[in-house]
Write a new protein. Structure first.
Length: 206
């Protein structure tokens, strides 16, 4: 309807959270909703059977339509079983951008999809301490396995390729005496003494 569409425009344009109430526990068959007093405002806080649910909805306001992220994460904090089993202490929901936003115009339905997570107690799990604090044992094991695999590949390459090549080159050097085919510097000059001895220039001629 027009009023609902314009109300959604207000929430998206002003980044204002939506609020509603959810029951803290399942109702019995004989439960009757209390009557509200029109002269009292904010009666939700006076009723222990309900808690507020704050929904942070994100989207983009266009001239003729809206883009709304209709996929939301919902977090529910349950009271400890030893204190109040089956009772919800707090709840909140927020949009995530894992899917393309839904385009809606006046008269369109806007279904919401929730991914719900329950937490026991009033605190989040200790494994998360903000951005950069999510180093778990699995992360450390993954790093160790990656380092071991890289080391194994290096060892196999050295023993299977590099070491045999170096041994072959070393054997060739020993056979040639460190020279190229018995030649000095590859210029074709033989190394060794000549078979002809040169006489002394100062000898006596007969």
């Amino acid at each position: 309807s027009d009023p609902m569409f314009h109300l959604l425009e207000f929430y998206v344009h002003n980044d204002a959270p939506m609020t509603c109430r959810i029951p803290t526990r399942p109702f019995s068959a004989s439960y009757k909703a209390p009557k509200e007093d029109p002269s009292v405002e904010g009666q939700g806080s006076l009723d222990d059977e309900y808690i507020p649910l704050i929904i942070a909805l994100t989207g983009t306001l266009q001239l003729s339509h809206l883009h709304v992220s209709s996929h939301l994460n919902m977090l529910l904090h349950a009271a400890p079983k030893s204190v109040s089993p089956g009772v919800i202490d707090a709840a909140t929901a927020y949009s995530i951008s894992t899917r393309p936003p839904t385009r809606i115009v006046i008269g369109d339905a806007l279904p919401f999809t929730f991914s719900i997570r329950w937490y026991s107690g009033q605190q989040l799990p200790s494994g998360w301490s903000g951005v950069g604090g999510h180093i778990y044992a699995s992360t450390l094991i993954y790093c160790l396995l990656s380092a071991g695999a890289a080391a194994a590949i290096c060892i196999v390459y050295f023993r299977g390729v590099e070491l045999p090549r170096r041994l072959r080159n070393h054997g060739k050097d020993r056979m040639t005496g460190g020279m190229e085919g018995g030649r000095l510097g590859g210029y074709g000059y033989a190394v060794g003494t000549s078979s002809y001895a040169l006489g002394s220039a100062g000898g006596k001629r007969d």
